[in-house]
Design a protein around this ligand. Structure first.
Ligand code: NAI
Length: 512
C-alpha cells in the first residue's frame, strides 16, 4: 500500500497526525506492507486531512479523513466506492484548473528529500544560473516581468540589478517570511511543503548579486516551517547545493533561519532588518533603500518567499515562458489564498488576470455559511473591502490600484451579509494602533484617534462632523506615515465608507 498523508500544519491542525498513526497501526494489524510518505498540502483545506493512495501509478484522493474512518478505508481497499473517495487527485477541478508554477511539487514530493526534489525538476534553475554571469541572471529575472509578491510589486530583476551594481564586497540576501497578512498562508505552505525551492531561489539571488550569506526571517507563529527550513538547509548543504564551493563552482552561499518575535511590523522590510540585527523591530526611513544600505548597512536583497520561489522556474524555462502568463504589467502567476467565510478555502495558483468572481465562486464555492457574500478583503488587513459590484476586477496590480485597492500578497478574506463594515473599519484602526511600531506620529497616534472617531460615528454622534474628521485623518495617515503600516490603514477604512455607507448610518450615493 503506497500512500501519502500531509504534514503541513493546516492538515495537522485538523488531525493529520492522528490519521497517519491510525493508518500505520491498521496496516500493522492487517499485515499490509505500508509505504507512507509525509508531504506538504495540496492546498484544498476543506478536504484535509487528504490521504492519497497510489493505484496503477495514479494518486487517488480521500478526504477529509478522520482516524475513525481508517478501518473502513482498509475494508474498502481504498476503492472508489468508499464515501470519502474523490477520484484521481489531479482531476479534482479545484486543482486541475490551476496553473501551478511555484506550487508544482507541493503536496506531491517528500519535502525533505533532495532526491525527490531533483526527480521532480528541482535545482534545474540553479544549475543554469551557475553557468551564467550575475548580470545575465538579473536580466533573465527582469525580462520575466516578475514583480515583488510580498505586495508592493516592485520589479525583482531591477531590485537585484541595483544590489549587483552597488559597491562593496559584502552583500546579503534576506527572505521575508514574516507572513503576517490575515488570510495568507502561501509562504508557510511552500516552506513546509517544498523548502528546497526557497533555498534554490535564494541561492540564485545570491549568484545574481554576489552575496555569500543569506537569512530566512520566519515568524515565530510558524514552528513547523522553521523546523522544515532548518532541516532542508542542513540537507542541501550535505549534498553540495548550498554552503562552500557549491558543486565545484567556486561559489559559496551560507543560509540561516532567524525567528521573529511576533510583531506584524517586522514584515516591513526595514523593521525586519532591524530585528535581524538584534534590535527592536522599528521602521527605518527610506532612503537609503535596503538595496543600497540594508543589513548591517550593506547592499541587501529583501524579497518575499513567493518572489524568490518564482525564480527557479524562470531560470529553468526562460523569461519568455514565465512572461507568457498574466496580463498587462502583471506577469506570471500568483498563489492566491482563499480564506474567511468561504466554502472551499485553500491555495489557488493562477495567472494574473483571473477575476475576483472566479476566485470566490468558481474555486471558493461562495460562503461557508451559505449566506450571500457581502465583501471580500483583498491584500491583508490593510487592503480594501470590495463589494460584489467589483468582483469583475481582474487580479492585476494596476486594475486594483485604479479602484483604490491592492492585490497585496494574494490573500482574500470573504465576509457574508451579516458582517458590519463599520466594525471592520474600526478594526483596521485598532489593528494599526496595536501593531504600530510607534516610530512616527501619524501611525502611532492617528490610529488611536481613528478608533475614537469611528466609535462616535457608529454611536450616531455628530456623524457629519466626525465623517469630515475621519477623512482628514485618513489623508494625514496615508501621506504622513513613515511606512505602509500607517500609510495603508486608511485603505480598508475608506473602502468600507465608500462601498458600505449604510453601515455608517449614511445613505448610499448614486453611482456617478
Ligand atoms: P515600497 O513600494 O516602498 O517598496 C517595494 C520594494 O521595492 C522594497 O523592497 C523597496 O526597497 C524596493 N525598491 C523601491 N524602489 C527601489 C529602487 N529604485 N531600487 C531598488 N529597490 C527599490 O513598498 P513596501 O513598503 O516595501 O511594501 C508595501 C507593500 O507591502 C504594500 O503594498 C502591501 O501590499 C505589502 N504588505 C505585505 C504584507 C505581507 O504580509 N506580505 C503585510 C503588509 C503589507
Amino acid at each position: 500500500l503506497i500512500l501519502s498523508v500531509p504534514r503541513d500544519s493546516a492538515a495537522l491542525s485538523v488531525g493529520a497526525e492522528e490519521v497517519a498513526d491510525a493508518i500505520a497501526a491498521e496496516a500493522g494489524r492487517r499485515g499490509v506492507a505500508l509505504d507512507m510518505m509525509r508531504t506538504g498540502s495540496r492546498g484544498m483545506f476543506w478536504l484535509e486531512p487528504l490521504v492519497e493512495v497510489v493505484r496503477d501509478g495514479v494518486r487517488h484522493a480521500f478526504g477529509p479523513v478522520t482516524a475513525a474512518d481508517v478501518p473502513g478505508l482498509f475494508d474498502a481497499g481504498f476503492g472508489d466506492a468508499h464515501p470519502l473517495a474523490l477520484g484521481p487527485t489531479e482531476v479534482i477541478p479545484y486543482l486541475a484548473e490551476q496553473e501551478r508554477l511555484t506550487f508544482v511539487r507541493c503536496g506531491i514530493t517528500d519535502p525533505l528529500s533532495v532526491a525527490d526534489y531533483r526527480a521532480h525538476g528541482g535545482f534545474a534553475g540553479l544549475e543554469k544560473a551557475l553557468a551564467l554571469e550575475p548580470a545575465a541572471i538579473c536580466d533573465e529575472v527582469k525580462d520575466s516581468g516578475l514583480r515583488g509578491r510580498g505586495g508592493a510589486g516592485f520589479p525583482t530583476g531591477i531590485k537585484w540589478r541595483t544590489v549587483l551594481e552597488a559597491p562593496g564586497d559584502l552583500k546579503f540576501i534576506c527572505c521575508n517570511a514574516d507572513e503576517g497578512d490575515s488570510g495568507t498562508f502561501a509562504d508557510r505552505m511552500i516552506m513546509e511543503g517544498d523548502p528546497f525551492l526557497l533555498i534554490e531561489g535564494m541561492t540564485i539571488a545570491a549568484l545574481a548579486v554576489g552575496a555569500a550569506e543569506g537569512f530566512v526571517y520566519i515568524r515565530s507563529e510558524y514552528p513547523h516551517a522553521v523546523a522544515t527550513m532548518r532541516e532542508a538547509i542542513r540537507l542541501a548543504e550535505a549534498e553540495g547545493w548550498l554552503g562552500a564551493d557549491m558543486h565545484g563552482s567556486g561559489r559559496s552561499f551560507h543560509l540561516e533561519v532567524r525567528v521573529g518575535a511576533g510583531a506584524y511590523i517586522c514584515g516591513e522590510e526595514t523593521s525586519m532588518l532591524e530585528s535581524l540585527e538584534g534590535r527592536r523591530g522599528e521602521v527605518r526611513p527610506k532612503p537609503p533603500l535596503p538595496a543600497l544600505e540594508g543589513l548591517f548597512g550593506k547592499p541587501t536583497v529583501v524579497n518575499n518567499v513567493l518572489s524568490l520561489c518564482a525564480v527557479p522556474v524562470i531560470l529553468e524555462r526562460g523569461a519568455a515562458f514565465y512572461r507568457d502568463f498574466g496580463v498587462g504589467h502583471s506577469r506570471g502567476t500568483q498563489p492566491f489564498q482563499l480564506a474567511g467565510n468561504i466554502k472551499r478555502g485553500g491555495l489557488v495558483e493562477k495567472a494574473f488576470g483571473i477575476s475576483l468572481h472566479d476566485l470566490v465562486y468558481r474555486f471558493g464555492g461562495g460562503t461557508a455559511s451559505g449566506r450571500p457574500v457581502k465583501a471580500v478583503q483583498a491584500g491583508g488587513p490593510l487592503g480594501a473591502y470590495l463589494p460584489e459590484s467589483l468582483f469583475h476586477l481582474p487580479k492585476d496590480y494596476e486594475a486594483f490600484a485604479a479602484e483604490e485597492a491592492m492585490v497585496g500578497h494574494g490573500g482574500l478574506v470573504v465576509f457574508d451579509d451579516t458582517a458590519d463594515m463599520a466594525a471592520q473599519a474600526r478594526f483596521a484602526m485598532e489593528f494599526c494602533a496595536i501593531e504600530s511600531c510607534g516610530k512616527c506620529t501619524p501611525c502611532r497616534i492617528g490610529s488611536t484617534r481613528g478608533v475614537e472617531v469611528i466609535d462616535r460615528i457608529r454611536a450616531g454622534t455628530d456623524v457629519d462632523g466626525n465623517m469630515a474628521l475621519l477623512d482628514d485623518l485618513c489623508t494625514l495617515m496615508a501621506d504622513g506615515s513613515l511606512c505602509a503600516m500607517g500609510g495603508l490603514t486608511p485603505m480598508p477604512v475608506r473602502s468600507a465608507l465608500k462601498h458600505f455607507p449604510e453601515d455608517f448610518h449614511r445613505p448610499r450615493q448614486a453611482a456617478p
